[in-house]
Every structure is written in C-alpha cells, then in structure tokens.
Ligand binder design. Structure first.
Ligand code: ATP
Length: 514
C-alpha cells in the first residue's frame, strides 16, 4: 500500500469519483451525508466482490445455501432480536463545537492512544535488542509497558461495566477522568451521555388508522434466523449447515463518516452456520481460518490484516472477534466473526410461539442449534480493496502513474481493446475482437487520445490487460498484450487471447487457492 495518512483517503475519494467508482449521493443537491452511489466501474467491482463471496461461501460448500429475505420484517422480529431495546449507541455532544460523538468510541480512541505508546516501546526495544528480542517477555516485564497495559485493562473494565449496566453517569465520569477533549474544539465541555436507537422506522399501510410502525432492517442476519426452519425442511439440511445472504442494511449512525466505511445505508454479506451445542468453539476457530484465507487469497499485502478479539462481548455472544484491515485511517473492523449461541433462535421461539429446532436422528432428540456468524460489510470490503490496491508509481522515464492493482478476477473490466489509430480498418478489427471476447469478459473499447494516455486510463481503473490492434494485426492476426502491473508488452495471436486472459483473470483461481 502507498502512504498511510489522511491524504491517502482524500486521494482515494477523488480517484473513486474521477474514474466512476463512487459518487456522493444526489450530488447536484449538494449530496446527502454518508450516502454514496456506485458508478459504472464501482458497480462492476462491487458485483465481483459479491460474486467472490457468494461462490466461496455457497458454491464451494455443499452444506451452505443462500437466501434473499425482504428488508421489511414483522416488527416483533426486532423485539426478539433485542434491537428495539438494546440497539443503542451512547452519544455525547461537545457544547463548544456542537459536534456529536459516540461516548464509547471516545473512550476506545483514548485506549488506542495508550496502546500506541506500548507499540512505540516495543518497536524501540526491538531495534535495541535485534534478533534476541523476545516480545512476550518484554511486554510482561517492562515496567512502563506493564503500567500502560494495566491502565488499558482498567479503562476497558469500566467501559464494559458502564455499557452493560446502562450507567451513563459512570461513562461520562470516565470521559472526564481521562480528560478526553473534543478533537474539534479541544474543550472538555460535554453534555450528559444519552441513548440513541440506531434503527430507522417508517409506517406501513396507506391509512393513518391501520398503519403501524415498521423498521428498515439493521442487519441481514434476522432474515436468516426467521427462515431457519423453512430452509432446513425444504432443503433437507442436516446440522451443521449454513445460510448465506447478501443485502442492504440500515443504521441511523450518529457519526457517519470516513467515506464508505460508515454509512447509514450499506450492504452486508452474512452467513449463519448452525451447529450442535457444545461444538461451537471448534466451528468458531474453523470459520476464523476460512474467512482470513478468503481475504488473503486476494493477494493484498498480508500485513494489512489482523484479528482483534472482543473483550466486551455482546449479550448474545460467547466468543467474538473482528478481522481488521489497515484502512487509510488505520486498522478498523472489516468483518465480524461471532459465536452467537442459541440466543436468536430461542428468542424467536419465545416471541413467535413456534419451535425452531432441529431433530437430530443420531441423538434421537431435538435441540435449538448454536450459531457461528460471519458478517462482512460489502462497502467496507470495497474500500479495503480500493485502498489496498491504490498505487502511485514513479516510472523509469521520470513520469508517474496511478494504478489500481486489483486482483484481476475483481477488475471492472478484464481487457481493454485499443486500436492504435482511428483509421485503416483498425477500429473495425478491434470491435471484431471484442465481439468474440464479450461473452466471457467485460471489455472496454477506447480509441481516443495517444496510446500512452489510454494505457494510463486503464491502469487507473485496474484493467489487467490492454490489447492493442495495429497494422501488423491486419496482416497476421496478432496483437500486443500489455500487462497492467509490469507494463510489459508481448505479441500474441488473436486465437490465443481467450485462454491467456482466462488463465489470469478467472475467479476460479481465487477459489482454488482457498
Ligand atoms: P462498528 O463497530 O464499526 O459500528 P459493528 O460491530 O456494529 O460495526 P456489525 O454489527 O458486526 O458491525 O456488522 C457487521 C459488519 O457490517 C461490520 O463488520 C461492517 O463491515 C459492516 N458495517 C456495520 N455498520 C456499517 C456501516 N454503518 N457502514 C458500512 N458498513 C457497516
């Protein structure tokens, strides 16, 4: 990845707009905060990411099937899931800047600063001791590091208690005690902490009398839980099995920012894996491995990923972690893997009065399965890919280029076909080539400007191959194929094109490496 700073995010946002990946929503009316539209290249990349996920989860697993549930669900769903009562964020306002923050995030950011001090000490010591450095020993014995760690533990404990007990006075007291200041005004002039429910609601029904309040789903998972028995019975599924879904979710985030990282309307790719109670930890570990392998197979720098175990578990979980990605803003959650116990199915049993159980023929008894969930934000994945692949390169001749080194299988277009000049029958020949390739690949055609500029445009949208049609093509049916990353060009026959492109761009390659 290129540099790591605020500038990088700005560059990515403007690159995404300039090259048709992402536009601010309703921009002609000055946009709508935290809403974005995917443009002509963005939608292709997004669809490819979805395809990679869907095929890896559903097509590659005999015991995982997909569904597509509706966004509106019976309102009791959200009572059962706990979202009506507990899907709240504690918010706090700074009286001077009038900016609103999540109180827990302010504390977490403070913890991250202390963690940063530990990391600094470790890096210094690593340099000092060289090969003899034993990190575990260092962090458990170095006085300063131990003190920092104790501080983190104590803050974490107090944060956890105040959230669990909805004790917002304690949370405010913690913010004051840690002397946390507003990043904008620099002041510590805070309001009280208040609860804020994140669900969007609307009315269903045309007449005021028979209308009733209904929610836009804040997660796709519940659509899977309420269909557990439908899928199990109609698909004759046996435990363990999974149900996968891709779809929109809506959250009225207090602070929605950092581009598509936190939006109010976003897309999730979730899979709920139903297992026998008692076996959940084993499956939890297996899904952690499988999901990180899915990310790594894309070939972005390994150092971009890390696991983060949750210390403060949600009320329904008995183990949980995030796969964090090194976004331009630093390491942040990209995907969550949660062991959700039997919380959701049991809650739906209680609220619906229907049994949601599996009859185990071997054990000859019915039970409510436990659930391992893998949940990834499609838009966050999009940002991870965009920022992980954005490169600014200085070339040997002194010029510069911006290239999106996308995994070839995800690129919006796999090939661009470019006639060297706009006459002498070269455009016609180029279109003939596209006609034969377009059944298998999305192809770009471009005849405007000098060939060098056209190559740059394709680099900027991540097209892995440029095929150039020149006068020799008319004589011997050969073209030049330019590789996006090495910029090397090779001559090859038109017949060979299909197999060459497929070898390097097929999604099968990604799936095979899982
Ligand atoms: P965060 O702590 O960042 O608010 P979360 O822990 O609430 O996220 P989950 O409820 O676990 O998130 O949702 C699963 C995934 O959905 C997240 O890992 C993330 O990729 C994605 N996601 C959640 N909220 C948003 C959002 N507002 N915008 C975009 N993606 C989101």
């Amino acid at each position: 990845m290129a540099e790591k700073d605020d500038n990088l995010l700005k560059k990515i946002i403007s690159h995404a707009k300039e090259y048709g990946f992402i536009f601010p929503s309703s921009e002609i009316y000055d946009g709508l905060a935290a809403a974005y539209d995917y443009g002509q290249n963005g939608v292709e990349l997004k669809n490819k990411i979805k395809e990679y996920w869907w095929r890896a989860m559903v097509q590659m697993h005999e015991n995982i099937v997909g569904i597509d549930a509706s966004i509106f669900m019976h309102p009791t769903t959200w009572k059962a899931s706990g979202h009506v009562d507990a899907f709240n964020d504690p918010l706090i306002d700074n009286k001077d800047s009038k900016k609103r923050y999540r109180a827990d995030v302010l504390v977490e950011d403070h913890i991250a600063k202390v963690q940063g001090k530990i990391d600094k000490e470790v890096t210094k010591a690593e340099k000092r001791f060289g090969d003899d450095f034993d990190k575990d020993q260092f962090v458990s014995t170095n006085q300063r590091v131990v003190q920092y760690q104790e501080k983190i533990n104590s803050i974490n404990e107090r944060l956890k208690n105040s959230i669990e007990n909805s004790d917002f006075d304690a949370l405010k007291a913690l913010i004051e005690e840690l002397e946390i200041a507003c990043p904008v005004s620099g002041s510590r002039n805070w309001t009280e902490v208040r609860q804020f429910n994140l669900m969007f609601s609307t009315d269903i029904g045309s007449l005021a009398d028979d209308s009733s309040k209904i929610y836009l789903r804040p997660e796709t998972a519940q659509g899977i839980f309420v269909n557990f028995l439908n899928v199990q019975k109609s698909g004759r599924m046996k435990i363990p099995f999974g149900i996968a879904q891709i779809g929109k979710a809506f959250r009225n985030e207090i602070i929605a920012r950092q581009f598509i990282f936190r939006m109010r309307e976003f897309e999730q790719m979730e899979m709920q894996f139903f297992v026998k109670p008692g076996e959940e930890m084993d499956w939890y570990e297996q899904w952690k491995e499988k999901r990180i392998a899915w990310h790594r197979s894309l070939g972005m720098d390994e150092s971009n990923y890390r696991f983060h175990d949750h210390l403060n578990l949600a009320h329904y979980a008995n183990a949980a972690c995030d796969i964090e990605f090194n976004f331009p803003m630093g390491f942040k959650e990209l995907e969550g893997i949660h062991s959700r116990t039997d919380f959701d199915l049991k809650a739906h049993e209680e609220h619906s009065g229907k049994k949601l159980q599996f009859f185990d023929p071997q054990e000859e008894q019915s039970y409510v399965p436990y659930v391992i969930e893998t949940s990834i934000g499609l838009d966050r994945m999009f940002l991870a890919v965009l920022s992980g692949c954005y490169k600014e390169e200085k070339l040997e001749d002194g010029s510069e280029r911006v290239v999106l080194a996308l995994p070839p299988a995800l690129a919006p277009s796999q090939v661009a076909v470019l006639p060297l000049i706009k006459r002498d029958g070269l455009p016609e020949k180029a279109r003939e080539i596209i006609s034969s390739l377009k059944f298998d690949y999305s192809c770009n055609y471009d005849e405007k400007d000098a060939i060098g500029r056209r190559y740059r445009r394709q680099d900027a949208i991540g097209t892995p191959f440029c095929i150039t049609v020149d006068h020799q093509t008319l004589e011997d049916n050969t073209v030049t194929v330019r590789d996006r990353d090495s910029m090397e060009q090779e001559r090859c026959s038109i017949e060979e094109l299909k197999s060459r492109i497929s070898e390097l761009t097929a999604m099968t390659n990604l799936l095979k490496s899982l």
